[in-house]
Each structure stands twice: as C-alpha cells, then as structure tokens.
Design a protein around this ligand. Structure first.
Ligand code: SF4
Ligand code: SF4
Length: 346
C-alpha cells in the first residue's frame, strides 16, 4: 500500500503565534488552534487533544492520505509498505508518535525590522528593545505540562527557538532553564544576535547548541538597509562570542532583490565570514548558508532559480573552497538547484 513519509511530520510540532502546526510550516501544513483558557477545559486536556490530532495527521500520511499543505513539499517522500508493516507500526510503535522537535514561535517582538520579515507581514511584529510578554500566549506552562505528562521523547528532544527575537521575549530564559534541567538533547536558536545572551553560552557547555543568524550583508550600510538598525559590528562581535562559547553558528545571507543580490556585497560578506573565522579556533569556525527572500520562494511555485543567482552561488562556493569555509544553501535553494539538475556542475 502507498504511504507517505516526512521526518518533520513524524517528529515535529510548531507552536506558532496564532496556530499550532504539525511542522515548521514549509507549505503551511495542518494546523490546530492555540490554547485558549476560556474555551479549553484545562491545559492537560488541551495538550491531549493536540497530540491526538497530531498523531492522526501522522497516521493519515502513513496510510497514504496526505495533507493538502504537504502535497508540493519537497520533504514529502512516497514509499510502499506492506499491510503487516502498517499494523506493526500503528499498533506497536508508540515512540513514532512522541514529539522529538519543538519549534517555538509564540512571540513576534523583535529589535529589528528586516525588509523580508515574515512576521511583519502579519503587522504584529513589534519593534522593541524592551523585554516583553508575548501578545499571543505563554509557552512556559505548555512546556512544563508536556514534561509533566511524559508527552515528549526525552531521548531525542530538540528545542528550536524561532520568533520574533528571543532576547526581547520575557519567557526565554525560564524556558531554556526548564529544557536544560529536563535534559533536552539539543538546542537550536534563530536569532538576530544583537544581544549576547550569557545563558545561551552557559547552556552550550552542557548541551549541543546551534544558531542561525542572518546578516545578509558584508557592510554596515547594506546591513542597515535590510535590518533597519545600525548594528552590524555589534552582531559580528556577538557571533564571535557565541562561536567561542561552543555554539555552532551558521551565518545566513538571504538574497533580497535590489538590496544585496549583487556580487560586490556577497564578496564583502564572504570577507566578513573570513574575518570572523580568523578570530576562532578550528573547532568553532562558522559556516555560510545562502538563502533567498521568502517572498520570492513563496511565489516561486515552479522552483525556478535564475542564472544570476546560480552565478552568485558559484561565487560563494569558490571563495569558500579557497578559504576553507564550510558553505551550504537553505533547503529551498538546494531543491531548486536539484530540480534544474545543475547541482553537479555548480
Ligand atoms: S511534508 Fe512538508 S509541509 Fe508536510 S509536514 Fe513535512 S515538512 Fe511539513
Ligand atoms: S530579525 Fe527575524 S523576527 Fe526580527 S525583524 Fe528580522 S526577520 Fe523579523
């Protein structure tokens, strides 16, 4: 029988600001309402329903009934399974339905106002340097309840902070403490790195930690145009501090039309990464990730990548090879390159 598989669908849950999704929401897969004190009996019963719904989504895919949002997603894989395998998995593989990856996006406040910000699209990304409560819901009680009721896969649990910006989200430190105390297996932060958070450096001593920071520029002028804040040097210094503390840092360059999608800026960016790495020991060196503006990827349903962008990718690649820098591209670009079957000669 036909069955569908996607690692995220099986392992992930995304606590977004206005809904809970089965995954990071690549293609806006199924959603569930967020916790509402007035409508839901108790947090415990809400979470039971949430996990039941998530399990059903996973079962459906296993049975070949795929969610509309997943249909065109590159992460979805098709495979054939026997009836015996189906029964064995559904009845006995309880581990398969436990959550292994939690994405936290329950807040939208941020110090920056990036030209491409997805959160701004909802007009609820509040630009601020003050630590604030999320206007959507509190996440800490949810994490505590998930832990208390043994609803997580402790052996593999990974917490991924998205946002908003964790440095102005009032729950961040307590959520991190709770996760560390519970024994989370890995941590991942998406951050603008405008503030150095000592608790992240401390946690990295005990738990494998990764961080993704988009700087999208190699000069303070372009940084300001994209981020709407004059903080290029602060961010570069903080990246060096995080990397020295043992956080594995990926530095992202999102190609934004007419702002930074040119060879000169990319060259400056590569030189900036070289400068960062020259300040670091071999085991702490940062890597480069290329990405494109989500506004382009969302309307690019045919996954077409221009020759111009392929040339920019080639430019980064040859700089990285020459300077011994690890590089890659965000999955969407990788999929596009693959689709054009040009990867072999890039
Ligand atoms: S197939 Fe894509 S949209 Fe569906 S759960 Fe997986 S990652 Fe999410
Ligand atoms: S740093 Fe992230 S959340 Fe903040 S404005 Fe930029 S894209 Fe949006």
């Amino acid at each position: 029988m036909k069955s569908y598989y996607c690692k995220r669908l099986y392992e992930e849950i995304n606590f977004d600001a206005e809904s809970v999704y089965v995954c990071c929401g690549n293609s806006v897969a199924s959603s569930f309402p967020i916790y509402n004190k007035d409508n839901d009996k108790s947090l415990k019963s809400y979470l039971k329903h949430l996990l039941k719904w998530r399990k059903q989504c996973t079962k459906n895919a296993f049975l070949g009934k795929v969610d509309n949002g997943c249909i065109n997603c590159f992460d979805l894989k098709e495979k054939n399974i026997s009836f015996f395998e189906y029964i064995k998995t559904i009845l006995f593989n309880t581990k398969m339905f436990k959550i292994k990856n939690i994405i936290i996006k329950s807040f939208r406040q941020c110090e920056f106002s990036c030209a491409y910000c997805l959160e701004k699209k909802y007009t609820k990304c509040r630009k601020t340097y003050n630590v604030q409560k999320s206007e959507f819901y509190d996440f800490l009680p949810i994490l505590k309840e998930l832990i208390k009721n043994n609803m997580l896969d402790k052996k593999e649990l990974r917490l991924e902070f998205q946002g908003g910006s964790i440095s102005v989200w009032n729950e961040f430190k307590e959520v991190l403490d709770t996760a560390v105390e519970y024994g989370v297996k890995s941590l991942f932060y998406h951050t603008n790195a405008v503030t150095l958070i000592p608790e992240i450096c401390e946690a990295a001593k005990k738990i494998p930690s990764e961080m993704c920071i988009s700087i999208d520029s190699g000069t303070k002028e372009t940084f300001k145009k994209i981020k709407n804040e004059d903080k290029f040097e602060t961010v570069i210094n903080n990246i060096i501090s995080y990397a020295k503390a043992g956080v594995k840092c990926s530095i992202k360059y999102i190609l934004v039309k007419n702002l930074n999608d040119n060879s000169e800026e990319l060259e400056n960016f590569c030189k900036t990464i070289k400068y960062i790495n020259d300040n670091l020991e071999e085991e702490n060196k940062v890597l480069i990730l290329l990405d494109i503006d989500f506004r382009d990827s969302l309307c690019n349903k045919d996954y077409i990548i221009s020759d111009e962008y392929i040339n920019l990718y080639k430019q980064v690649k040859s700089f990285c090879i020459e300077n011994n820098i690890v590089y890659g591209c965000q999955k969407f670009i990788f999929d596009m390159l693959n689709k054009r079957k040009k990867l072999h000669n890039i």
